[in-house]
Design a protein around this ligand. Sequence first.
Ligand SMILES: Nc1ncnc2c1ncn2[C@@H]1O[C@H](COP(=O)(O)OP(=O)(O)O)[C@@H](O)[C@H]1O
Ligand SMILES: [Mg+2]
Length: 297
Amino acid sequence: MVLGGHAPPQGIEIRLMRKNGERFDALLIEAPLIDSEGRHIGWMGSMVDVTEQKNAQELARQQQERLQATARLVTMGEMASTLAHELNQPLAAISSYNTGCINMIGSGDMSPRELTGILEKIGKQAQRAGQIIRRVHAFVRRSEPKCEPVDLNAILREAVGLVEPDAERRGVNIQLNLAEALPPVAADPVMIEQVAINLIRNGMDAMANIPRAGRDLLLVTRLQDDMLILSVADRGKGIPPDVAEKLFAPFFTTKEEGMGMGLNICRSIAELHRGRLSFEDNPGGGTIFHFSIPVLT
Ligand SMILES: Nc1ncnc2c1ncn2[C@@H]1O[C@H](COP(=O)(O)OP(=O)(O)O)[C@@H](O)[C@H]1O
Ligand SMILES: [Mg+2]
C-alpha cells in the first residue's frame, strides 16, 4: 500500500507481537523522505502503541451501550405501567358489559337486538385493547429510535384521543389551541406521543383535588424561532420549590401510585431530539410544561 501510494494518511492499524509473545495494537505511519531537489531518497516510518486509546474507545462504547440498555429498561418499565393503566379501561368496560348481558339473560328480559348491541360494544373494547398492545409491541421490537418527519399537531390529537376516556372519567376538560400549518419536526413519533401523554397525565393528576368545574387542561402548539413548542397548562396545585428541585430526578414522585419516571423520560426524549423540557407557574394557578423540538430544516 505504501509503495503504491495508497496508504491512508492517518496511518495503518495493525496488530503486532512483542518478543515475549504479547500482542498489541499499533498505528503504523510511513512517509516518503524527499530531499531538497525533490528526489525520493528513502522512507520515514513511525509506530505508535495505541493500546490505551483502543481500551478507552472500547470502554466508552460499552458505557454507551449500558446507558442505552438502562434507558430502555426504564422506558419499558414506564411503558408497562402505562400499559396496565390503559388496558384497564377497555377491560373494565368489557367486564361491566358482560355483567349486563348475564343479568339480562338471567331475568329472561332480553331481545336479541339489545344483546347484539352490547356484544358489539364488547368487541370494540377488545379491539381497542389489542391496539394498545400492538403499539407496545411495535415499540419494544425496535431498538433504535426512529427519526422521520413528524406532524406535531397530528401526534398531539392522537395522544388526546388515547387519554380522552380517562379525562372524561376524571372530569378534566381538555382544550386544544394548535397553530396551523406548522413545519414538520424530525422525530420518533411514538416517543413524542409518550411525552404528550405523560405531560397530560401529570396535568390531570395535579387537578384531582380541585373542584370539577375548574379542571381545565390547555394544550398549545406554536412556532418560535426554529423550534416547535408544545405547552401543557393545568390549573392544579402548582409545584412548590422543594418539589421543583427534584422534579426530573428518576423515581421522584409525590403520588401514592406514582413511578416517578415520567418527567425523567420526557426530558431524555427532549434531549435526544435536541429540544428542551421546562416548566413555569401558570398565572392564576397551576403549572405549564413546555416541550420544545427543533423544526426540520
Ligand atoms: N403538572 C404538574 N403539577 C404539579 N406537580 C407535578 C406536575 N407534573 C409533575 N409534577 C410532580 O412531579 C412528580 C414527578 O412526575 P413524574 O416524573 O411524571 O412521575 P409520577 O407522575 O409517576 O409521579 C410528580 O409526582 C409530581 O409531584
Ligand atoms: Mg407522571
